[in-house]
Design a protein around this ligand. Structure first.
Ligand code: MD6
Ligand code: FE
Length: 205
């Protein structure tokens, strides 16, 4: 039972209970052992992101000096991404209302000072599917606006266990993370935040 914050944008506070958050964290630890977090770089400038990333699923989103893209292998190890764990497939089935499984789950790790600039998720060919986002660890200030970068924005706090879904008219809305609230969760022993975004990349319809 979610709260509609804008057309196509639904917020599910406390979607994952503590036991499921811990199980998901264990699954992410196994994923990062096989596919280590790496530091992506901005296209053209090569400036490093403050967030580290990895992926699971058949495809993963990567960024380097040559651009943004989805690819089937880790950019540093060359290995295929690990499979999507059942807990993520279940969240997608329940939240997406889309009749095909996701192709990709991008895993973002935020140190206490990391942030993510305002952006659109538009590297997917299947824009009929929503993006399903799950948060673990420290609370983050999540900013969202409209389809134009200059549209007015609002902010919500995404805390550990919260889910948000960006679909329909919100699928290409601008959004970003302004900052974390350090010390707001004890899920991650060293603090910080994990965000997982599930996507259908390849056209299904
Ligand atoms: C984050 N989230 O929460 C970044 N993208 O750390 C995203 O960039 C995002 O939460 C698309 C849909 C939902 C999201
Ligand atoms: Fe995004």
């Amino acid at each position: 039972m979610g709260l509609s914050l804008a057309p196509g944008f639904t917020y599910y506070p406390d979607y994952l209970d503590r036991a499921v958050q811990e199980a998901l964290l264990d699954a992410i630890r196994a994923i990062t052992r096989a596919a280590p977090l790496y530091t992506p770089r901005m296209p053209r400038t090569g400036k490093p992101f403050s967030v580290r990333m990895t992926n699971c699923g058949p495809l993963g989103w990567v960024s380097d000096q040559t651009g943004y893209r989805y690819q089937p292998t880790h950019p540093e190890t060359g290995a295929p991404w690990p499979p999507l764990p059942p807990v993520l497939l279940k969240a997608w089935t329940t939240l997406s209302d889309f009749p095909h499984p996701p192709d990709a789950c991008l895993i973002n790790f935020y140190e206490p000072t990391a942030k993510m600039g305002l952006h659109q998720d538009k590297d997917e060919d299947e824009l009929g599917a929503p993006v399903v986002s799950l948060s673990l660890g420290d609370t983050a200030l999540f900013r969202y606006g409209g389809l134009d970068r200059k549209d007015p924005t609002r902010s919500i706090r995404l805390k550990s266990g919260d889910a948000v879904v960006f679909g329909g008219p919100a699928r290409l809305a601008f959004h970003g993370i302004d900052r974390l609230l350090p010390g707001s969760s004890d899920l991650l022993p060293q603090g910080g935040r994990l965000n997982l975004t599930l996507r259908k990349v390849v056209r299904a319809l």
